[in-house]
Design a protein around this ligand. Sequence first.
Ligand code: MG
Length: 280
Amino acid sequence: MEKWPIGVFTSVDAGLGVKLEVAHELGVPTIQLHAPAKETRTQENADAFLAKIGELGIQLTAVFGGFEGESYADIPTVSKTVGLVPPETRAARTQEMKKIADFAKMLKCDVVALHIGFVPHDTSDPLYNEVLDVTRDVCDHCKANGQNLHLETGQEAAEGLLQFISDVGRDNLFINFDPANMILYGTGEPIDALKKVGKYVRSIHCKDGTWAESPGKEWGAEVPLGEGDVGMENYLRTLDELGYTGPLTIEREIAAEPERQKAEIGHAINLLSELKQKIG
Ligand code: MG
């Protein structure tokens, strides 16, 4: 694969990504895929999807797990509903995450990713150990599939994430770095965070955002790439310094406005192409 192939976050029947056809129209060579709904995760659908992306010359680089009942309405709701942290749904979602990993294997994809949820910051909290256990369980399942598990960033500060990965103690646990999430959740200046966690970064999102007035208490705002507080040139220069050569996957979560979503992703592709020429 060439250095920094541009990518886009896509979805088939669940999630907020663009449709495969849009990825093709925009001419991107790689995609990440939001795991489709449970009923459609079949070998037959996997084979059809693989044939289709093969025809379009698109490479699948990661499959993202997501679960029914997750809500990103506000930060406290994320804490209550997202990922493998909430105790009420943990067992069922862990099983489902393994099924998603198996579906990714059908798609010949060796990267599975997710928002694990708000890991407690206090490592003496019993919940912290429970989340470690469940993460090890999913990592081991992925390992048996020949896959790595990537944690989407945002809900933890860099130090907390490093501590967590070290405590999980599995060699197939890495990071999907999303700089905008650090801003949206108010968990730290993204470039500083990237430098700290860099050795674990194996995939990334190109997304932008602006800080909330009270970071960590309320959401920042997601904005078109290049218009927020991340600083895209600095972001790519830092990735370059870290030796990251993988896909630059654009994520723009405004699926309710498909025309605007497509136009903004088009602009993002132009911006990233210019920066690639300048830096890459
Ligand atoms: Mg993201």
